[in-house]
Design a protein around this ligand. Sequence first.
Ligand code: ZN
Length: 143
Amino acid sequence: MANLSDLYQEIIIEHNRSPRNFRTLPDANRSAEGDNPLCGDRINLQLRVEKDVIQDIGFQGSGCAISRASASLMTAAVQGRTTEEADKLFAAFHGMVTGHPDAPVDTAALGKLAALAGVRRFPGRVKCATMAWHTLHEAIEGK
Ligand code: ZN
């Protein structure tokens, strides 16, 4: 039987190797920078938001595999969504990575983001996984 954690590992490796939306947006109207000094992860996030919909999103930065894969998965997950949906997804994601290691994961709500469920077994890596999301929240809230 194929192991679910092996599949998730594959997704993280693949997104780290070929991150989605790893680019700058010339027509961005929101942006924010985030960093995680505990690990040395940094991110610069740009969005184009129109009528509360995230039309386009791109990120630049450097960091560990978890932070890059998480940023890549996040951009793919929120593109085309409303900012309210993005915030709800952030809440679900945050609940997953800070939850009990044996708690069930809501894969229907989280989709590929569930690949990062293993992070909750490593509390020191939670900030690597959530940095991009905190930065997204700041960019959405920003003036
Ligand atoms: Zn990291």
